[in-house]
Design a protein around this ligand. Sequence first.
Ligand code: GLP
Length: 239
Amino acid sequence: MEIKYFESYEKMSEQAAEIVANEIKAKPTKNFVLGLPTGSTPLGMYANLIEKNKSGLLDFSKVTTFNLDEYYPIKHDNSQSYYKFMFDNLFGSININHENINIPDGEAVDAGSECESYEEKIKKSGGIDLMVIGIGPNGHIGFNEPDNFLLPDTHIAVLTEETKEANKRFFDSVEQVPDKALTMGMGSILKAKKILMLVSGKSKTEIFKKFLQGEISTSNPSSFLHLHNDVTVLSDVGI
Ligand code: GLP
């Protein structure tokens, strides 16, 4: 595992975009499969990727994306849906073929079969080449919350009160944060060939310290990354 510390969020975001761009460029003729997160942390990286695309330095026309998660149920046009977040902050501003964008469908009538077909689509794409993730203050990855057990595949997750509290800043009140989400499982994430984790902000200090201790426990889903052999962590959190 490679861990790199940055003095500023801006520098960390530039480096994150540089890593993503280099991976995409290294596979120019084939379809590159990119896993993507939401949250405040990746916003700087997305701004840098848009910049690179606009200046002709990076082509997204052969990139397929799979988002980590989505609230459930939620309409695509809800101001807090991850669908809207992704179009507002990345997809609407780059030359990606919209048919190659995959986000768990918050509008699905049958959430169970949506999860199954999402997992199947990842498999059919040939698997994720690079999975970019953030980390929740409680160690969650996507919406894989701390629990007595974790699930391997894409599934319906019940949000913890802690996560609802952490995410309420985007909603009018905590009551408006959906109780559930559709999320890739830890297995879907760990099957990616490479993983890039971004850790930013003071609220992540405690969990990042715990992560660095290296003990693997379902009480800290991020700790499972220690089982993967190609993980890069970029952080602006001074420990
Ligand atoms: C949400 C997402 C996670 C993300 C986390 C941290 O709960 N489901 O994928 O990593 O928030 O978000 P932030 O970067 O805003 O701290």
